[in-house]
Design a binder for this molecule. Structure first.
Ligand code: SP5
Ligand code: ZN
Length: 358
């Protein structure tokens, strides 16, 4: 049987070449590479999924989830960096910040926007691992378009759609980027579903890392529920500052956020049991549509996480999510082990399709 899930893809995603990440002071090759997107596209196409091009969208939905200053910064920072002579004269071939306006630095001073681009970089980027190069903005914008196009497909009747987003998005907050993420594709998909008439949207985040950006974008909103299972940040894992069980939402969003941190080494049994809990809570929210932040980095072989989920585990996850009986937009997040990435994506979407169409 061929895989009846539309795969939305943007050729522009290949233009983002972070050329490594600066981790603990050293530039390393990095694992969020363009080949990830090709492996995913080719495996899904080989499984029979129809591949369709992302359609361009204006900034209306983006501006509902992101600070316009972040959008402007990402659109222009490479040109500013180049104009400042940083690549040609100083050998800095990618945008990497070196000063961050933390609360401790400001100590009550007003937050300025520094005129020098190398000073300004840390106002919008919260880590050193998330580099910007010449093609990055085209890819970032293409990924957000792919998320919106997949949401459009679901809003117009497709039970499931998959957005092959690269770069990923769930670590991007309303006003800052980091964690290999620039714009929050899953939040964009959720907001697009809302704009198309879904009154309530549930976001299920099964990436190995906590989606701190998505959590905080919807933290005070009653219309979008967020739930995540991820390796325990308290055990030493990114994003370190978020993803704890006590984070339950605030104001109108109180109770609308759920974190289930897992011990390093957790495999299928513990992961699927936690997903069961998340799905039960999502069901109680009675969403009109679901967004899945689909990280494939919880897999055993993945170099970026200590979780030990198998291909069968991902297939079961797809079935569990489909059993919610709600239309679902799957948005690609992390997943870095190129030899197994394609089979993992096929497994989870086959599981979802079996549940949705079977
Ligand atoms: C979207 C997503 O999965 N982002 C992941 C961000 C976490 N990256 C942490 C990188 C830490 C440095 N990598 C060292 C690899 C050692 N095996
Ligand atoms: Zn991840």
């Amino acid at each position: 049987m061929s895989l009846p899930v539309p795969v939305v893809w943007s050729e522009d995603c290949l233009r983002h070449d972070p050329a490594g990440e600066v981790w603990l002071g050293l530039r390393e090759p990095g694992t969020e590479v363009p080949a990830r997107a090709l492996v995913l596209r080719d495996a899904l196409a080989a499984a029979g999924a129809p591949v369709t091009a992302a359609r361009g969208h204006d900034d209306t939905v983006l501006r509902r989830v992101h600070d316009p200053a972040l959008l402007d910064h990402l659109a222009s920072v490479w040109a500013d960096w180049e104009a400042a002579g940083l690549p040609a004269e100083y050998g800095r071939d990618r945008v990497v910040p070196y000063v961050f306006p933390t609360p401790g630095l400001l100590a009550g001073l007003p937050l300025r926007t520094p005129p020098a681009v190398h000073g300004r970089a840390g106002l919008y980027c919260y880590d050193t691992m998330t580099l910007v190069g010449p093609g990055s903005w085209a890819a970032i914008r293409g990924a957000a378009d792919a998320a919106q196009t997949a949401a459009d497909l679901v809003s117009s009747g497709s039970p499931v759609a998959y957005a092959l987003c690269r770069p990923p998005g769930h670590h991007a907050t309303a006003s800052a980027y980091g964690g290999s993420c620039y714009l929050n594709n899953a939040a964009v998909a959720a907001q697009a579903l809302r704009a198309a008439g879904a009154a309530r949207v549930a976001v299920l985040d099964i990436d190995a890392h906590h989606g701190n950006g998505t959590q905080m974008i919807f933290y005070d909103r009653a219309d979008v529920w967020y739930g995540s299972l991820h390796v325990d940040p308290g055990a030493g894992w990114f994003p370190h500052y978020a993803g704890y069980p006590g984070e339950r939402g605030t104001g109108p969003g109180a109770g609308g956020n759920r974190n289930l941190p897992l011990a390093p080494g957790t495999g299928d049994d513990g992961w699927l049991a936690a997903l069961d809990v998340l799905c039960a809570e999502a069901r109680a929210f009675a969403p009109d549509a679901v967004v899945v932040s689909l990280g494939l980095d919880a897999a055993d072989a993945d170099p970026e996480s200590p979780l030990r989920v198998t291909e069968a585990g991902y297939r079961a996850a797809g079935r569990q999510i489909a059993a919610l009986g709600r239309p679902a937009v799957f948005v690609q997040e992390g997943g870095y082990h190129l030899p197994t990435l394609g089979a993992l994506a096929v497994a989870v979407l086959e599981g979802a399709a079996t549940g949705a169409y079977g």
